[in-house]
Design a protein around this ligand. Structure first.
Ligand code: ADP
Ligand code: MG
Length: 466
């Protein structure tokens, strides 16, 4: 049959975009149709992680799209460059660029068969801000010199703040730099399941061989070891064996080592002996960048005011930012209308952030200010210093300081990435002005009253002193 019509690719991608919009990524553009032979469309994918991901997660959708685009009952097969050269499927790149660290390692694939890494979770796609800078820098250092920079490397953060993303990025970057390295990425649950299966099947030596003969062991959500006595014991020995051999260990958790409940003391001290890095909730500016980058990755055009709106409304968890983008995307697709602020408001207007507090959220304060002073959200969070916008912004900061427990730095972050001295100055300025200006005093009382009577579930939370 030979080379397919090059337009087939565009037809396939268009079909995917229409029927599986959430799945589409900008790097799908790099996929090359090679040939249609024996009822199979072969597609070339040059990046190994992408290849693996497409094979495991996207084959059915591509097949549907290929059939719709050609009107033929085609199968789809993703192939890598190594398959072209050798005619053999392969998971690892040529080791020419980077010599293997261990002689025999070149024989074993860098990627375990069961390990799926998301191509989205790369260092390139990770937005760095003040809240994750240390964790990111350390992750890059670990990928550059595994076993030497920080060992073990332990990241902890709340849900949806980028732990898994950084772990995948370390694996992918290491694979690219040192293709012969033996990498094992697993969730803690995966480790536990394999351990219990191996015990039951009497195959412990195979289990130990698998986990103790790697150059880089990455275990996600290690807090799940909590209360698992036998698994903790096994993990302790796995850890020691790798650590003593100078192999890199990377762990993520929802809490620092000494706060993981029921974790044996000897594990706590081992987890603490390398670098422990925390990721905090991202500030407003970082969230705006993340929203923009997620949209670009999915080939979605997002106007600036929509990105600001999403970032201002959702502050708790980045996964929810993505959920918001998906919701907006689907409303726009159903309506066949471009994404705008109206659609964004409809999609997430009712959604409030997770702050079960009797005090307002910063979003509610920002909403109240934009409404009361009739100013645009983008202006309020911008660098503009015109009086008409500077005063409402300062009042917003004042209210946030008085009615929430956010720090000066965090408040600065929400109000367009200003530093804490600007927030301090704003608070002082508002206090002085309020004292001298009865109209301002009246307006502020009304705003405070509005915030106090907003419909929100009351629970206790301390208020910061002004
Ligand atoms: P965790 O493992 O901490 O629960 P994830 O790593 O799964 O969180 O992150 C949730 C989502 O947020 C993922 O889609 C991830 O890509 C995204 N994300 C988190 N932090 C960042 C960041 N700094 N830049 C870009 N995306 C991020
Ligand atoms: Mg995770």
């Amino acid at each position: 049959m030979g080379r397919p019509d090059p337009n087939i690719k565009y037809a396939v991608l268009a079909h995917l975009k229409e029927h599986h919009p959430g799945m589409c990524r900008h790097w799908f553009d790099d996929i090359e149709p090679l040939e249609i032979a024996g009822g199979t469309l072969r597609l070339l994918v040059r990046e190994n992680v992408q290849l693996n991901y497409l094979r495991r997660c996207c084959t059915d959708q591509f097949q549907d799209a290929a059939q719709a685009a050609t009107n033929r009952l085609l199968a789809v097969k993703f192939v890598g460059e190594a398959d072209l050269a050798s005619g053999q499927p392969s998971h690892s790149r040529s080791a020419r660029e980077h010599p293997p660290l261990h002689d025999g390692a070149a024989l074993s694939p860098a990627l375990d068969d069961e390990m799926i890494l998301s191509p989205d979770y790369s260092f390139e796609n990770f937005i760095v801000g003040p809240d994750n800078r240390l964790a990111h820098a350390a992750a890059v250092a670990v990928a550059h010199s595994p076993g030497r920079a920080y060992n073990p490397f332990f990241i902890h953060a709340g849900v949806g703040l980028g732990k898994t993303h950084l772990l995948h990025a370390i694996c992918q970057n290491t694979m690219r730099r040192a293709p012969a390295m033996r990498i094992y990425y697993t969730s803690c649950d995966g480790f536990m399941t394999r351990f219990l299966e191996s015990v039951q099947a009497g195959r412990m030596s195979r289990f130990r061989h698998r986990f103790r003969n790697v150059d880089l062991l990455v275990v996600d959500d290690i807090h799940d070891l909590s209360k698992r006595d036998r698994t903790q014991e096994e993990f302790f020995h796995t850890f020691n064996s790798l650590y003593q051999a100078g192999r890199q260990i990377v762990l993520s958790s929802d809490a620092p080592p000494n706060e993981i409940p029921d974790l044996e003391e000897r594990l706590v001290s081992r987890f603490n002996c390398g670098l422990v890095a925390r990721i905090d909730r991202p500030c407003y500016e970082t969230r705006v960048e993340i929203v923009k980058s997620k949209a670009a990755l999915r080939t979605i055009t997002l106007p600036d005011d929509v990105a600001s709106y999403i970032a201002a409304r959702i502050d708790s968890n980045i996964r929810e930012l993505e959920g918001a983008i998906t919701k907006i995307q689907s409303i726009s697709a159903v309506r066949d209308a471009p994404i705008d602020l109206e659609i964004a408001k409809e999609a997430i207007g009712e959604q409030t952030t997770h702050n079960p507090s009797q005090h307002p959220t910063i979003q509610q304060i920002i909403d109240a200010i934009t409404k009361f002073y009739d100013v645009k959200l983008t202006d309020l969070l911008s660098k503009r210093r015109h009086k008409s916008i500077a005063l409402p912004r300062q009042i917003g900061m004042w209210l946030a300081r008085k009615h929430t427990r956010y720090s000066l730095e965090e408040i600065g972050g929400y109000f367009g990435g200003r530093d804490h001295t600007t927030v301090m100055h704003a608070i002082k300025a508002v206090n002085t002005r309020r004292h001298d200006d009865p109209t301002l005093d009246h307006d502020m009382s009304r705003l405070e009253q509005q915030l106090a009577t907003r419909p929100a579930p009351p629970t206790a939370q301390p208020t910061a002193a002004l």
